[in-house]
Design a protein around this ligand. Structure first.
Ligand SMILES: O=C(O)CCC(=O)C(=O)O
Length: 357
């Protein structure tokens, strides 16, 4: 079957191909190597029960979070306070959105990463050489009233459902940031205070079934640019996390979230916490939906290692920078390199901003 070339979105191309089109095929040295992936029935990453975080289990939960951030960079949470109906409604509306007719979906299309609401494909089609087997709707969500009017109006309940979901996940993010501050030995509101007006973005990732999943990625190995990510995935496996040089598959557990340390948390913690490489692989028979909430500083916030975590034995690993600078570098490199820390090392450039206290 010949490949239709005039489709902007993968969703409208994937069902008509028997083979992965050449622009999605990775070089042999950069393929998922699915046979080498480690599948652990349970416990691929720590599962932390947040019940009693503000009660009797406080110090135990803080210790668990701190250990997970140091050792794995990833953990799962249950009893997280986000109502199950918010979760199921969010997954339902995401599915409904990607099933809308092409002409309806395309109303939201843009390949400009600076747009605050946009439907797009792959990662950054303007800069990348090989495409990824993914479409995504990306939304800025905080402050809600600044962005909600830009969001899709179809399906008709989209804005209501997504706004409720964003509000609940923001509450969870703030609780986690407090806990992480404490786990680093900082004041519980330390991180909150570093984030300026705060930012919250969200992606709704749609990975169509793929005829040759061994040749391509949904997303290749990368770290997240933001502070922490709270990921919701449907029941189709696809997320893999790098541990000791091996890719570990993270099996979905319903009504839990996966939380990971992002690049800004690594910087702020002066390398105590690790922003770990992860990737999404695709499935031959099944579509997959994942919904990361990216909690971040506002663009003008100055990020750098916390003064309380810098001393003679632990010199500042990174220079201070405005979050906007890091964010732009992240999008412009098109996932061609796995992270962009090298441009922000304390030794690489003279700091242009005062130390963060
Ligand atoms: O689909 C997933 O499980 C991972 C998504 C992800 O890493 C991302 O959107 O940055």
């Amino acid at each position: 079957m010949s490949t239709p070339i005039n489709k902007l979105l993968l969703t409208d191309l994937a069902s008509s191909v028997n083979h992965v089109p050449s622009n999605y095929i990775r070089p042999v040295s950069d393929r998922p190597n699915l046979v080498d992936v480690v599948h652990v029935a349970e416990g691929s990453i720590p599962l932390i029960d947040l019940q009693g975080l503000h009660g009797p289990n406080h110090s135990d939960i803080i210790t668990q979070i701190g250990l997970a951030c140091q050792q794995d960079g990833f953990f799962q949470v249950k009893n997280h306070g986000v109502p199950e109906t918010n979760i199921s409604d969010m997954l339902r509306i995401a599915r409904e959105f990607f099933r809308l007719p092409e002409s309806e979906r395309l109303k939201n299309y843009s390949d400009d990463p600076s747009k605050t609401t946009r439907l797009s494909t792959s990662f950054n089609v303007r800069t990348e050489k090989v495409a990824n087997w993914r479409d995504f709707l990306r939304l800025h969500c905080h402050p809600l009233q600044d962005f909600v009017h830009e969001w899709p109006i179809n399906p008709p309940s989209f804005r209501k459902v997504v706004a409720e979901y964003c509000t609940s996940t923001r509450r969870l993010a703030l609780r986690l940031l407090e806990a992480m501050s404490e786990s680093l030995g900082l004041e519980s509101n330390y991180i909150d205070k570093q984030l300026g007006k705060h930012g919250q973005h969200m992606a709704i990732n749609y990975y169509p079934p793929c005829p040759e999943p061994e040749l391509t990625y949904g997303l290749p190995g990368h770290t997240d640019v933001n502070l922490i990510t709270i990921l919701l995935q449907d029941d189709v496996p696809g997320l893999q996390v790098l541990r000791n040089g091996k890719w570990i598959s993270v099996n979905p557990i319903s009504n839990t979230f996966i939380v990971n340390v992002g690049d800004q948390m690594q910087v702020l913690s002066n390398d105590r916490y690790k922003s770990v490489l992860h990737r999404a692989v695709v499935n031959r028979d099944k579509e997959r939906i994942s919904i990361p909430t990216f909690y971040c500083p506002s663009p003008d916030a100055v990020i750098g290692p916390a003064a309380g975590l810098v001393d003679e034995d632990h010199p500042a690993v990174y220079r201070n920078f405005a979050y906007q600078e890091f964010y732009e570098k992240f999008w412009n490199r098109g996932l061609a390199t796995e992270s962009c820390f090298d441009m922000f090392m304390a030794s690489s450039t003279q700091s242009t901003v005062d130390p963060v206290s």
